[in-house]
Design a protein around this ligand. Structure first.
Ligand SMILES: [Zn+2]
Length: 94
């Protein structure tokens, strides 16, 4: 166990074998996903990052299903009622 390369005060949970650096929970992601990594199949950082991405995608899908109600319905009704009232008032005066 070491300390995070970017946060010396934090305890690092995983080691990036590609760059040979220790990463804390905040920094826990692959720095060069494009770069070939011979340790990737056994890389805990890569595994956690992949799992996190899948979770986020599932959350977005769930949010999209719960469509919010159409906005502005009350405001339109209020304006229409106001116009009707003033016209009634004018008719009453004549
Ligand atoms: Zn860190």
């Amino acid at each position: 166990m070491g300390t995070c390369t970017r946060h010396p005060e934090k305890e690092a949970r995983c080691q990036c074998l590609k760059h040979n650096v220790w990463l804390c929970d905040d920094c826990l992601r692959c720095r060069d996903p494009e770069l070939y990594c011979k340790n990737r199949s056994a890389c805990l950082i890569w595994f956690i990052e992949k799992r996190r991405k899948r979770l986020r995608r599932a959350e977005q899908a769930a949010t999209a299903l719960q469509a919010p109600p159409p906005p502005g319905g009350d405001a339109t009704d209020g304006t229409a009622g106001c116009k009707t009232d003033s016209r009634d008032c004018a008719f009453g005066n004549e």
